[in-house]
Design a protein. Structure first.
Lengths: 422, 422, 422, 422
């Protein structure tokens, strides 16, 4: 029988970390003593547990320690993390440490470094001068980069509940079409107001004046059903009113939005007449072709070809847009990034400062964005199909909230909550 | 080779009946000549086709004639329908004619009689004095009742497109969450206004003054998600404002509606607080118990136990309610009809005069109601799950429209369209 | 500041009970000391915690104690449960204790009594001579029955993990169509073999010889899609081979099963030909009519009208069948219990001894059965629509497993696992 | 009142084209005479109709003619198609003709040319020397290319029913989980055998010996759920046995397939053990990294890193693989085409000769492939979510069949039908 002592620290009751760790030890065939336990008696106070883990063999002990390390268990008497050079461009050392989306530190020269730009399923690159650690995607690693390997000298931190007592603070925020959604929408709207104010403060009084935890940007990730279902005016208004700062989408959302501006249809379905227009299914192709002729969305708006709608608002408000291509695209629009690695990089570059992510009626882009978001960013995912919010909510943070409703009703109710009169 | 001539009459182009008939003949191995064809050159004019059907054997010819008879093909030189007595109570003659939900006539003594109370999957009973034909459910047939058997002497009529050029007139009214729903809701609201006016005319000037095609009642069939999701105020307002006249539901909708009145929750989820209330899942049980103690919903409202909501509005406006029980009910409320055959009979009794059926967030009750509705009643089915509207829309009439959206957003937008300011 | 001490006992780590209790205290605004904690260091050993709960007011303290009582927290120095007479037939005392589906005891005369026939959302009736406690449905209570009220003197027990290390022991048994289902099916099959053996032992050597925890009956709850989709032969074989002992269904499953025997179709769709048969949608009506003429399913099988299929197997093997009616039924078959309260009572009466519940392609009957099942009965719910298994799995026991797949593939693979060569 | 005569030719009854055309005329406010009608009296004989269309204004007449032209109505006395040069690279003339996926001809110099590589939503480029017409994607057009504009001189042909009387010949092949799928699978298997034989004949006796209508390749389009759900062995066997010739997929299917070869897991879920393996979610990342280190899938298989599974079979059988990237990819594998336009081009290049397309558990790739397929290629789309097959089946050809079932059960039953003993 071999033994090792580990410590757990933070909101380990709040986040159900402690029992998960104890259960994992038992499930894998080990045993434990809870040698010390101090549970914070209020919400703010953090907790601390010291656990002595026993196993039959050193191999099993090692396996158990690795498994519970993912939940933040730190082996007492920690050592530095191991570093190995990448063998060639685009290839990591075989035993590279794969990140989670939780706050993470690595120990280098006896010092714990925060891992920058944390995101799940990447590697960690340590750079010496100045000393820092940052995630790196597999495709971007260069031969010789020093990459963290194994699990020693790495620690992750369970999330704290957010300070605001809104929907994002409740684990009970299940995905269901049978829950009242008005309070969720009200809480989202409230957070959007706060972020707009915080952003204003940063612009007026400098970055230092704003609350970095709250963030200064609201990201919307949207699919074309927003336009098809009738949510275009509401989203345009939200952008015009300064509530949205970053837009991730594909080719179809802008194409159908601009189709609506030119032809008054969406996928050929008359937005005013309420029925299909003859040859209307060609309208988005003609729209894409005209925008290609104009040179791009910005030119199309500025030349007056596109007069209203989401794209017109984005261009006028100088929104940070990432249009990421996919293999089902028609055209595509000239602004679409057709290379998927470049598109991922553009999405990552737009994320710093995002304090709220709203995903509406898109599966591909919602999941791609979810992969890049740190766990701590409050996220609301709206879809008529419960499978999409469920996938996002499975990310395991307090702050992912799912809403099962149609995109148009969501955007209209959200805008009304923010005093739109549409 | 044997031959028989059949005629097709009515809106056989409009309704795709002609090609279905021709295709059926070919698919079953027959052949045909289109001996005469007159196609109405305007929407109003009806069409006429005479088809000579050829087949190898008399048996095959008979089978083909039977198959196309369901689409309204009438064998020239029609004979009376066959009638056989029911062998015992609750049992039909083995070869009884099973109805569709389309307008149907049977020929008795050389005279075509309209079949009253047409509904799918029932038998037709002919009564002599006075001579009339009416559908009869299998469980209600009495030994000796004269029942139509076989297919001769029976004819069904394809539906005409409704006169109103609204959503109910378009076969393209697909079920989709990617179509704008505002026009559908506007058309539903428009029809609700017309029916309310028509009803008022009937009340003020007598039945003869009203338009019987339009109907004088709006039926709502609803599930408990209406309350859970936050559509309670909107539905109460619609009832109070005289837009709803019949309600079909189960035990859960009224239970959670009255739970909201007593406890402010729905399935224990606080409708104002936006999160689960401790022990809230017991609230509907306590509600049901208190209403049982009061003696029923009417007594609970009149005694002041229930102050607001859907049930309070129904009682005050004297709405025709059918609460049909199911095996998953708690309690149930005293008003619930626990016998399913009695509940079906109560539903049938409430249908005459219904000019619009709105089904919201219920599968069991929507399908049970769909089974009882004539094809000509405009029907809108709203559900977050596309499977439910799809099932209803598969009924094969112009007038079934599906909407994929959450019940609360639907009811709120419908009420707003009818000038609610909630 | 007021304080009360509570104890938690059992598999409180395993079942995540301890942190839920601590979190509930904090969420409701209280505070606590973990005055003693002993965590079982192996799977078998149970754990024990003593928690001192603090709150600002006695009212808040009371609320917190009530909330955590549902998780098994017992106030030290427990008193007897409160009992009040039912005010009239079918009406409970206003503050009746509403049961969960977990093992429960009530304290009467200083003695803890097991509550018999535990099931969620019922009341508890205490009878004096001989002294025992048993659940009672609201509709069955009689005036003067002594009913447990409030929460004192009641304790519930968290479930232990089942001894078998099969799928039913893992909380990770999520509902997903993206998990391999072969192991789940293998574990279900294994349990079916064990129950068949156990049942055999009970029959041969007497009840005392069998393992009561394992159970002696397998319950199948099924919908008509089993027949439509092609799972009829596999299910018949399972019944014939002695693996199924109780069947809950509605009118449609037996109607379409017997339609297949008489006409070779299911809902008019040829099971051999693979396409719709002319007038085939009438076949189930004719089938029901013939079975009504015969007098019932047993008579139909014994007279040779029905030669093969699920019903034929059930009659031959003398399976305990409960056919519960619903308002969408055609006919119905003479064996259908049309009163929903009587149907619930019949279902309850068939449950003792059930050691495994398999729910296939039915929403209404699956949920109704789920309401009646104690938490400890292993349950597998199979549906093509993930919403149904999700609802069942939300029951909060280890033993509810969801499988998203079509009913025919499930039954065929299950039968093959049990060595069917179909 | 102005008038124009149009003709309709082909299987216009079979395909419901005639009534659609007549109905369109009426709906748009026109009128018509059916001046001549000859309906083919057998399946093989084609039909012919001459329709005189009347409208109030020449503008309305023009609109009606355009609308019905899409259904194959040809204005009598047809003229050549109009051609305009593309204004710049990647931009079409504003009024370019947008293709459907039906067989299409354009009239140039009085001669009708078949449009090659027909596919929906593209333009048609006419090249003079030698004279031919071929579809061209918007992004590939070059300045000066002669592009068909307007609708005159273009005709499309309704599909004939396929000669084989299998599932692909029936419009009734609805998407449903409540239909028996065995016959569909049997028909798919039968067609796979025929194509394998045809391919063999082409290889042995030369292209001229084979039946070009039947095709010589089977395309599978697959998602990672094939591996997750347990369909890997069956698909490998189908490839090894020569039934599959082209594979379209993304990054995830090959990644998880090779993860299964190296680690025995899929997305970290043990394919043998039936539960999640500690740190298993990292396995696919490590797999991708090792394949990147090896240089690609071919090298990974040939070096022995990957020993079994779908990729191993594909490499050994020299299957034509197109791995198209998306923004949610990890890694990706070196074989993934990350540019979406290049990926579309690679997919198009692999389509000629495809006689059957099988889409399994993928939305993005299924829809992208559906966009590129001519209407006449029989297509079966299998998904647990009915929305995906519905989308594909909406393509409006006889030959698109949807199956709602899980991917593993489908592939296993398909392989068993082709005599796999797995």
């Amino acid at each position: 029988m071999v033994t090792e002592t580990v410590t757990l620290e933070g909101h380990i009751i709040d986040s159900l970390i402690l029992p998960k760790v104890l259960d994992t030890i038992l499930q894998m065939g080990g045993a434990f003593d809870l040698s010390k336990i101090h549970v914070g008696a209020t919400r703010k106070e953090s907790s601390h547990a010291e656990i002595r883990v026993h196993a039959e063999t050193t191999h099993l002990l090692e396996e158990i320690l690795q498994a519970i390390q993912a939940h933040g268990a730190v082996v007492a008497g920690a050592v530095d993390c191991a570093l190995e050079p990448a063998p060639k461009d685009g290839v990591l050392p075989d035993s590279f440490y794969a990140t989670s989306h939780l706050p993470t530190q690595v120990r280098v020269n006896g010092q714990w470094l925060d891992v920058e730009a944390i995101e799940m399923d990447l590697a960690i690159r340590v750079v010496r001068d100045p000393l820092h650690a940052r995630t790196v995607p597999m495709a971007e690693v260069k031969a010789g980069d020093m990459i963290v390997t194994g699990r020693q000298g790495v620690r992750v931190f369970p999330l704290e509940r957010p300070k605001e007592r809104d929907v994002f603070a409740f684990m009970e925020a299940h995905v269901s079409s049978e829950r009242p959604h008005r309070h969720v929408i009200a809480d989202v709207a409230h957070r959007m107001r706060m972020i707009r104010d915080n952003r204003q403060k940063a612009l007026n009084e400098g970055e230092a004046a704003c609350d970095p935890e709250l963030g200064t940007k609201v990201l919307i990730v949207g699919g074309p059903a927003i336009v098809h279902a009738g949510g275009r005016e509401a989203l345009s208004w939200l952008i015009d009113s300064g509530f949205i700062h970053v837009l991730f989408c594909g080719n179809a959302l802008p194409a159908h939005d601009m189709e609506a501006s030119i032809f008054g249809t969406s996928l050929g379905y008359g937005l005013c007449a309420g029925h299909a227009v003859p040859h209307g299914h060609e309208h988005h192709l003609r729209t894409i072709n005209r925008v290609r002729a104009a040179g791009g969305i910005k030119q199309a708006v500025e030349s007056g070809l596109i007069k209203d709608g989401i794209m017109a608002s984005c261009i006028r408000k100088n929104i940070d847009m990432v249009l990421a291509g996919s293999i089902r695209d028609d055209g595509p629009l000239p602004d679409v990034i057709t290379d998927t690695l470049q598109a991922q990089a553009a999405m990552r570059a737009a994320l710093p400062g995002v304090g709220l992510a709203i995903m509406v009626a898109t599966t591909l882009h919602a999941i791609a964005t979810g992969n890049c978001l740190p766990a701590k960013v409050p996220t609301v995912c709206v879809d008529i199909n419960p499978a999409v919010p469920t996938k996002l909510s499975d990310r395991g943070s307090f702050q992912a909230v799912g809403l099962v409703m149609d995109s148009s009703s969501f955007l209209r109710e959200l805008a009304q909550e923010l005093s739109w009169h549409g």
